[in-house]
Design a protein around this ligand. Structure first.
Ligand SMILES: [Zn+2]
Length: 89
């Protein structure tokens, strides 16, 4: 394989993964939008205290009030609620 054609192969591979990533990002955007719509239409009637990741990239867990129906974080529990969550009663 000449230098030129291997360069071309590398470029084609780059273009293929570039397109794949672009389409995955587009899918992710649509999925996040769908989750957002569901959460916005939810009345958050079933509040539960849960430990969840602080954010998607974080390995830190925090205790939050989460809607059991849609999974949205709807608030920070009170000291009382945290105690109850940690002790199980
Ligand atoms: Zn909800």
């Amino acid at each position: 394989m000449s230098f030129r054609s291997s360069e071309k192969v590398a470029k084609n591979l780059f273009m293929a993964s570039n397109r794949k990533v672009a389409s995955l990002i587009e899918k992710k955007r649509k999925i996040l939008k769908e989750i957002d719509d569901l959460q916005n239409n939810c009345e958050h009637l079933n509040k539960v205290v849960k430990s969840i990741k602080e954010n998607e990239d974080s390995s830190t867990f925090v205790v939050r009030c989460v809607c059991e129906g849609c999974g949205k974080t709807i608030g920070i529990p009170t000291q009382q609620e945290i105690k109850k969550y940690l002790n199980g009663f």
